[in-house]
Design a protein around this ligand. Structure first.
Ligand code: URA
Length: 195
């Protein structure tokens, strides 16, 4: 039988599948609409996320909120989570074994949300979901499929904060996602006309 949200929340709270839980303040499972048509997957909590227990609430999160608003999606209407639920020390990239240890939680979230479309944010999400050989610079803006769900990658909002020249590509990627959601009949109350 499929895990319930309550069970999953307990499992994540109690998780010690890798050593990341020893160095963080708290778990950051993810949040948003539990039945969202669009699920976003980032890398892992940063300092502010670790402090607040919520995904994407720091500077990258603020940019993400604006990016979603630019395609007429209030962030409360999507589901947002990360590849790893514990903050890696000094915000380093999660190790492959840490990503693997957390995979069970991500797969449970995916199964519960049943998203129509998944948007991967940055290289770690790409490697965690599409596979280690995939490169964000090559694969962003293109559709892949995992478990019957269309999956598209774009640059991580932190990368956009570091390098503004990537914003143009990210905007095109987001418009592709919006178009797919329209084609699938998702968010009919929100997605009308040109963004
Ligand atoms: N970066 C991420 O990948 N996830 C967050 O939750 C915050 C910053």
């Amino acid at each position: 039988m499929r895990t319930s949200w309550a069970q999953l929340s307990q499992e994540i709270s109690a998780c010690a599948n890798c050593a990341l839980c020893e160095g963080c303040m708290q778990k950051v499972p993810g949040q948003g609409d539990p039945n969202a048509a669009l699920m976003l997957i980032g890398e892992g909590p940063g300092q502010q996320e670790d402090n607040q227990g919520l995904a994407f609430v720091g500077p990258a999160g603020q940019l993400l909120t604006k990016m979603l608003a630019a395609i007429q999606l209030p962030r409360e209407r999507v589901y947002i989570c990360n590849i790893v639920k514990c903050r890696p020390p000094q915000n380093r990239t999660p190790l492959p074994e840490e990503m693997e240890a957390c995979r069970t939680h991500l797969l449970a979230q995916w199964a519960l949300v049943q998203p129509r479309v998944v948007l991967l944010l940055g290289a770690t999400a790409v490697q965690g979901v599409l596979g280690e050989s995939y490169r964000i610079t090559r694969c962003h803006g293109q559709w892949y499929e995992r478990g019957g769900v269309p999956v598209l990658a774009t640059f991580h909002p932190s990368a956009l904060l570091r390098d503004e020249s990537k914003k143009r590509d990210a905007w095109m990627d987001l418009k592709i996602v919006r178009q797919k959601l329209i084609e699938l009949g998702a968010y009919p109350d929100l997605l009308k006309g040109e963004p």
